[in-house]
Design a protein around this ligand. Structure first.
Ligand code: GLC
Length: 536
C-alpha cells in the first residue's frame, strides 16, 4: 500500500441501503426515521459506514436517480431534519454516512430543465444539450445516431416546446447535464458543499465516468456487423472527466478535507481505475467496477453462460492491482443486480444459508474496501414474478417493451427478467421473517457479524496482499492473504459437488467456515473454509 498511509475507508466495511425497500411499511412516510431505528442492528453487524441510495426529491422514475431538487429530501422518505438526525446518530455510533448522488443528469422535472425546455433564451438552456434534429442521413431525425444500451433507443428525445431534441443517456425523464458549462460545474460544487456542511462524510457519484461528452457530439461510426450496437463508449471516460473531477474535488478540499469520493465507473479498465484513483491526480478515492457482478448477463438482460473459473479470473485481476497500489472496492450485491445467492450459486431454498455464508466469506476475506448490499446479511434470494406488471423497475419495463417490439417471446423475456432484473434487489426487506436472526447463533446475520469481526481483528485481511491459487478443480476458488508473517488461505467450493483437497496443500488451522462440523480435507456442497497460519 502506498506509503503505508491508511484512511478510515481503506479498511472499512460499508453497507448499502436502497431506502425504499429497506424499511417496514409502518415507517412509510418516514423511511429515514426507519433507518435510524435500525442503526443498532447495523452497528451490531459491525459496519463502519452506510451508503444511502438517492434520498433527494424525485419523481422516482428511476428510483430516485432522477433528482428534482438536490437540496430537498424526498417527502416519502422524510425531511432534512430527519437526515440531520441520521447523520448525528451515525456519528454518535462512530459510523459514517455516504450519499449517493446522480449529477450526470437531473430529472426532467428539475426547475432548470423545465425552464430550459420552454425557452431558447433561458439561462438554463446551456445546462443541458438541446440540438436541432437532422432531416436526412444516418440517425435522422435525431441530432446524431447514438443509441443507448440503457434504453435500447436513441439518446435524444423530442422537446415540443422549442421544436428540437434534448440528450439523455438514461430514460427521457433524465436529461444529461452539460458539464462543459462551468456554471453547471459550479452548481455541482455548491450542491456537494451543502451536504458536506450538513455532515455527510462522502459521496457515491453515480455514473461519474460519463459526465463529459465529446465536443460537437459527432455521429458514431457503427461497426458494420453491429458488434457494438450501442454508443455508450462515446460518452465514457473522456479526458475531460478527469479534469472535472479534479476541479470539483480540489475546490471542495480547499474548505473540506477528508471527504470520501467513490465513483461509479462501470466498464473501466484496470489502467483507467489507476487513473481515476491515483492519489497524485487527486480525483476519486475508489472506483466501483462491475465485471464480476455482470458476469451472467448483458445490458439487455440476456443470460450469459459463465464459469467459476471466469469469476475467479475477474476477481484475481482486480485483487492483483492491490499489490501494485490500487485499492479495489469489493461487493457482490448491489441495487442494480439480482441477489447474489441466486446469481453466483442459484441456491435452492434449503441451501440459502450455506450459500449466503459461502459468498460472505469469499467476499469479506478479499482485499479492498468492502461493501455489503442490504439484505445479503439475511441471505435474501431473488423474488419470483409472474407478469411484466409485477416488475417496478423502469429498466425492466423498457427491456421488455423493446424485446417484445423486436418479436421475442413473452415467456423468454420474463424468464430472463426473473433471473436477472434489478427488481430482485429492490423488494422490501421482510424483516419480520428475520427478526430472530440476531438471536440465532448460526444465522446468516451472525455469520456476517463474525466474518466482519474476523476482518477487523486481522490486519492481514484488510491490508495483506492477495494471491490467487491455481487449483485444478474448477469448482474451487482459492486465494491467500499475507501480512507480516500471517497467512490466511480461503478456499470456497462454489458447487453442489463434493471436492477432496487432500493433495492441494492448504495449510493451517481452520479458523472460520460455513459448516458446523469440520472435515479437514473434504469440501462439502458450497463449503468454505478459512485456514490460518503464522510463520513468525
Ligand atoms: C447508475 C445507478 C442506476 C441508475 C443509473 C442512472 O447506474 O446505479 O441505478 O439507473 O445510474 O442514474
Amino acid at each position: 500500500m502506498r506509503n503505508d498511509i491508511y484512511k478510515w475507508w481503506h479498511t472499512a466495511t460499508i453497507y448499502e441501503i436502497y431506502p425504499k425497500a429497506f424499511i417496514e411499511s409502518k415507517h412509510k412516510g418516514n423511511v429515514i426515521q426507519g433507518i435510524i431505528s435500525k442503526l443498532d442492528y447495523l452497528y451490531g453487524l459491525g459496519v463502519d459506514a452506510l451508503w444511502l441510495c438517492p434520498i433527494f426529491d424525485s419523481p422516482f422514475i428511476d428510483s430516485g436517480y432522477d433528482i428534482r431538487s438536490y437540496y430537498d429530501v424526498n417527502p416519502d422518505f422524510g425531511t432534512i431534519e430527519d437526515i440531520k438526525m441520521l447523520i448525528k446518530e451515525c456519528h454518535n455510533k462512530g459510523m459514517r454516512l455516504i450519499l449517493d448522488i446522480a449529477l450526470n443528469h437531473t430529472s426532467s422535472e428539475h426547475p432548470w430543465f423545465i425552464e430550459a425546455s420552454k425557452d431558447n433564451n433561458s439561462p438554463y438552456r446551456d445546462y443541458y444539450f438541446f440540438r436541432q434534429g437532422k432531416n436526412k442521413g444516418e440517425g435522422a431525425p435525431y441530432p446524431n445516431n447514438w443509441v443507448s444500451s440503457r434504453t435500447m433507443s436513441s439518446m435524444w428525445a423530442k422537446n415540443s416546446f422549442t421544436d428540437d431534441y434534448y440528450f439523455h443517456i438514461y430514460t427521457k425523464q433524465q436529461p444529461d447535464l452539460n458539464w462543459r458549462n462551468k456554471t453547471v460545474r459550479n452548481e455541482v460544487i455548491h450542491i456537494l458543499k451543502y451536504w458536506i456542511e450538513l455532515g455527510i462524510d462522502g459521496f457515491r457519484l453515480d455514473v461519474i465516468n460519463k459526465v463529459a461528452k465529446p465536443e460537437g457530439l459527432p455521429d458514431k461510426i457503427y461497426d458494420r456487423d453491429l458488434l457494438e450496437k450501442y454508443a455508450d463508449k462515446m460518452v465514457e471516460n473522456l479526458p475531460e472527466v478527469h479534469d472535472y473531477i479534479r476541479e470539483m474535488r480540489e475546490t471542495i478540499e480547499a474548505e473540506h478535507k477528508d471527504v470520501l469520493w467513490i465513483g461509479q465507473t462501470a466498464g473501466i479498465s484496470v489502467q483507467q481505475a489507476y487513473d481515476y484513483t491515483n492519489p497524485d491526480r487527486n480525483e476519486l478515492d475508489l472506483c466501483l467496477t462491475f465485471e464480476h457482478t455482470d458476469i451472467n448477463k448483458t445490458s439487455e438482460c440476456r443470460q450469459v453462460k459463465w464459469t467459476v473459473k471466469q469469476l475467479k479470473a475477474i476477481l484475481a485481476k482486480w485483487q492483483n492491482t492491490m499489490n501494485e497500489g490500487l485499492w479495489p472496492t469489493v461487493f457482490f450485491g448491489n441495487h442494480d443486480v439480482a441477489r447474489m445467492v441466486s446469481r453466483y450459486v442459484d441456491a435452492k431454498e434449503d441451501e440459502i444459508p450455506i450459500c449466503a455464508k459461502l459468498l460472505c466469506t469469499l467476499q469479506l476475506c478479499l482485499g479492498g474496501t468492502q461493501i455489503i448490499y442490504m439484505g445479503d446479511e439475511l441471505g435474501l434470494p431473488n423474488a419470483s414474478y409472474e407478469d411484466i406488471d409485477d416488475f417496478e423497475d423502469v429498466r425492466s419495463q423498457m427491456i421488455y417493451a423493446k424485446r417484445i417490439e423486436a418479436g421475442e417471446s413473452k415467456e423468454e423475456i420474463l424468464s430472463e427478467l426473473n433471473k436477472l432484473a434489478r427488481d430482485h434487489a429492490r423488494y422490501p426487506i421482510p424483516w419480520s421473517k428475520h427478526e430472530s436472526a440476531i438471536n440465532q447463533p448460526n444465522s446468516v446475520y451472525n455469520y456476517y457479524k463474525e466474518t466482519i469481526a474476523l476482518r477487523k481483528k486481522n490486519d492481514c485481511l484488510t491490508k495483506g496482499i492477495t494471491e490467487f491459487i491455481d487449483v485444478e478443480d474448477e469448482a474451487l476458488i482459492a486465494y491467500r492473504r499475507y501480512y507480516k508473517g500471517d497467512t490466511f488461505t480461503i478456499v470456497a467450493n462454489m458447487t453442489r459437488d463434493k471436492v477432496n483437497t487432500k493433495d492441494m496443500g492448504f495449510e493451517g488451522t481452520v479458523l472460520h467456515g460455513n459448516y458446523e462440523t469440520l472435515e479437514y480435507d473434504n469440501f462439502r456442497p458450497y463449503e468454505v473454509k478459512v485456514y490460518y497460519k503464522n510463520s513468525k
